[in-house]
Every structure is written in C-alpha cells, then in structure tokens.
Design a protein around this ligand. Structure first.
Ligand SMILES: [Zn+2]
Length: 443
C-alpha cells in the first residue's frame, strides 16, 4: 500500500503536479524491517576520525550494526546491497537545532514531525533540540521516546529535547525549582541563556541550575557569546557550550578548562552568517540541494521575505547584523584554536529558530564553514557524527559506525574527504537499518 502511494506520488511529480503542502506530512515508505543486510564495497568513514576503510562491508540486522570492516563474513541469506563507489558515513547529528520553523496552527505533533522529516531527508538523522516552547514539550518528549535507539524504527530524525531555554532567573531557589520542573518533564538536557546583558542570571544562580540538572542526571548547555561568560559557566560545571566564544581570542586557561571538563563546543557559524547574509540574495537560493524542498515547505514565505529588497536594505543598515561579521571572524579563529587543541567540536546550527536558518540544508553549510575556518574535512565529519553524538549524550548508540551501534547511515555518491561539500551528494539515508524514502525521490 505504501509502495502504491509512492508510485502515485511519483506519477504526480512526473506529471508536473506540485507536491506542495503534503511533502512533509505524507507517511514515508521504508525498506522492509527484519532480515540481515550487508552493504558491500563502500568507503566507510566511521565517525571516530580513523582513516577511511576502502571496500568495506557493513552487516546490519534488527536496526543495529553487527559488523564492519574489510574482512567481514557475510551471513548466509543476507541481502547484499552493492555500495561500490559510495562513501558511507554515520547519519549526521545536529547537536543544536530547534523545531520552531513551522509556525502554523497545526497540532504540535504534526508541526514537529514535519520538521524532523525535513532534517532526516538531508541526512540529519538525530537532532538535539536546545530549546522548545513549553507547550510543545509533551509532544516533543513523545517523539523522543518513539525515536529512542533500540525502539521501533522511525521515518524522521531521532530527537533529544531541552524545554524552553531558561534566562534571567533571579534567585538560586528559582533556578532549582525550574531545574526540577524540567527534570520532572523528562527532558534530556537543560538549556540556559547567558547573553552578557544586565538581566543575566548571576554565576551563583546559573550554578544552582547546573547543579540541579546534574543532581537529576541531566546535562546542561548554555547560549553564550563572551569569553568571561564561558569562563563562569565552565567554572560552574556546564556540559556543553552551545555557540562560539566570539568577543576575543580564547585563552589557555579556558582551553584547559574545556578539555579538563570534557565539554563539547558547538560553533554555530551559520547562525552568525544568517544574521547578515540576507543583506543580499545568498548564492544557495539557486542551489538545487536547497530549492528541492524549501519552496514547497513551511519555509516558502520566509524565503520570499528574505529575497525582498526592502528587507535586504534593512539588514544592510542593522548595526547588530553588521557587528556579527566581526563576531563570526573571531568565532572562526577560536574554532580553529580549540579544534587544534583537541577539544570535542560538535556540529550544531541553531536551525529552526530565526529567519533564514534552514533545517537540514544549513547543517551541510556548517560543515563547509568549519573547513573554511581551518578544520580538515575529516575533523568536520567527526564533529558532525561522533562529536555531535557526544554533545547529545547518545554516543553509546549513535554517531559512529561500529558493531552494536544503531544503523543510522548516510550514503554519499562522492567522497567528502576530497571536498566537504560532497556531504550533499546524498545517495540514501538509513535510520535503524531502514532506508528513508525521500520526500521527492531525489535521494
Ligand atoms: Zn539555539
């Protein structure tokens, strides 16, 4: 029945009918569950930073990777899938995303699901949502539970949830109360905003929040910009720095603290780029990898607005937007410094919040920007897989290709080690060993 639906959809597309409005809501077909599948002949980049394996085999059953390597024996009766010429990397993980791009009045589950499908269609198979409006949290948690590694396979990105970001709390008691309230809601992580402004929580207050999170077995991530705030947060035990340090060069003491406390660092370079790039029409507005989805999704109105010359003029004259260019420059330098120092860098984009930060597409741009900032393609891939999985605290199950891990795989038609932009040459996306049907048949 699902196959028939797909064929019908394909026929509609073939007939030139626009599949608008239904793309992200239509159930997606997947390869049948069960049985053993062996992917053969691929170049495998496992997400740990190890050298790629050429001509490797990955054996998958029950949604998990059973074996990977060059000399793996293929069980009798396994379905062989010839992947020669392809490169297989772990499904990408976005350790800092959001689910607020679909601002329609539809039920929360529909809005959230369509956005998780958008991510998955671009090969982003796990998203850590660092801030979700409180009204959406119950549905978000339900989707999280359904997508838990080891559970039933899902046809959308797996999701981890922080509730609404906490900011401007006045007392330690207030911070503890919120921390406990969120823990009772079963969130995965607590997110806080330290902006450098006068209303910020004091270190004592955010320290109480971080402490409460840890007492309840939850990690804590912070939005921040300034070096002094990063230092304060590290001192109080923050687990994840969710943006770049952007006001000045990161110093040796801070590098040492990040390493000693094993904190993950999420640069979100595209977040800064999005602040000013719409002073003109960005080149990717004509990139097929971008346009294949955007115009027919909840993003079409946003794209129209960002192309409007009046809006572009406003951004040209916006002081904050222009200052962000300097911040981005400093953020890039700090990323290179921290990456060279061996800090765990994690892919994160802040997509799905502000205008012009595109879920799915911008994760690929972020990888490219990491490389432009001085990281190697391999380092960027590790940031987008093993590193981001660690920042989402799912590294035991996801983010690398190894026996026992979930079979979330991104199969590419070209090698991203020779050009990081090849992460966009998507052949297919697999979640828990099942192939995701592309919403428009291009994957
Ligand atoms: Zn964010």
């Amino acid at each position: 029945m699902i196959r028939t639906a797909l064929r019908t959809a394909a026929a509609l597309l073939g007939a030139g009918l626009i599949w608008a409005g239904v793309s992200y809501d239509a159930p997606q077909a997947q390869a049948p569950a069960g049985g053993v599948v062996a992917f053969t002949g691929a170049r495998v980049i496992d997400g740990t930073g190890a050298a790629p394996m050429e001509g490797a085999t990955i054996v998958v059953s029950d949604g998990r990777i059973q074996a990977v390597g060059r000399n793996v024996s293929i069980p009798a009766g396994a379905t062989r899938v010839d992947m020669s010429g392809k490169t297989i990397v772990p499904g990408l993980v976005n350790a800092h995303g959001h689910l607020q791009a679909d601002a329609s009045k539809r039920p929360a589950r529909d809005r959230l699901t369509s956005q998780l499908r958008m991510y998955a269609d671009y090969g982003i198979t796990t998203v850590q949502v660092l801030g979700l409006p409180l009204d959406d949290v119950p549905d978000g948690i339900k989707l999280r539970d359904e997508s838990r590694a080891g559970g039933a396979a899902v046809d959308r990105a797996r999701v981890l949830i922080a509730a609404a970001s906490l900011r401007n709390l006045k007392t330690e008691q207030e911070a503890r109360d919120w921390g406990n309230k969120y823990a009772d809601m079963k969130v995965d992580i607590i997110k806080m905003h330290i902006t450098g402004g006068p209303m910020d929580m004091t270190p004592a207050v955010y320290g109480a929040l971080i402490d409460t999170a840890h007492k309840r077995g939850i990690r804590a991530a912070a939005h921040m910009l300034y070096l002094k705030d990063a230092k304060g947060l590290l001192d109080k035990g923050i687990d994840v720095l969710a943006h770049s340090i952007r006001d000045q060069p990161v110093d040796q003491a801070t590098i040492a603290a990040i390493k000693a406390k094993d904190v993950e660092y999420i640069p979100t370079l595209t977040r800064d780029i999005a602040q000013f790039i719409y002073e003109g029409t960005p080149p990717y507005f004509t990139d097929a990898f971008f346009t294949r989805h955007i115009p027919n999704s909840y993003y079409s109105a946003e794209m129209a607005k960002l192309k409007d010359p009046a809006n572009q003029d406003k951004i040209k004259k916006d002081q904050t937007a222009q200052t962000t260019k300097t911040w981005l420059d400093q953020g890039r330098k700090n990323l290179k410094t921290l990456s060279d120092a061996g800090v765990t860098i994690a892919l994160g984009t802040d997509t799905g919040t502000n205008e012009g930060q595109w879920q799915g597409y911008f994760e690929h741009i972020e990888l490219e920007e990491m490389v432009k900032s001085g990281m190697t393609p391999m380092q960027a891939i590790v940031a987008g897989t093993g590193g981001a999985a660690k920042a989402a605290n799912v590294q035991q199950q996801l983010g690398t290709i190894a026996a026992g891990k979930q079979a979330d795989l991104l199969v590419l038609n070209a090698n991203p080690l020779t050009d990081i932009r090849n992460t966009r040459q998507i052949h297919s996306v697999w979640i828990a060993g099942r192939r995701l049907a592309s919403v428009n048949g291009t994957n």
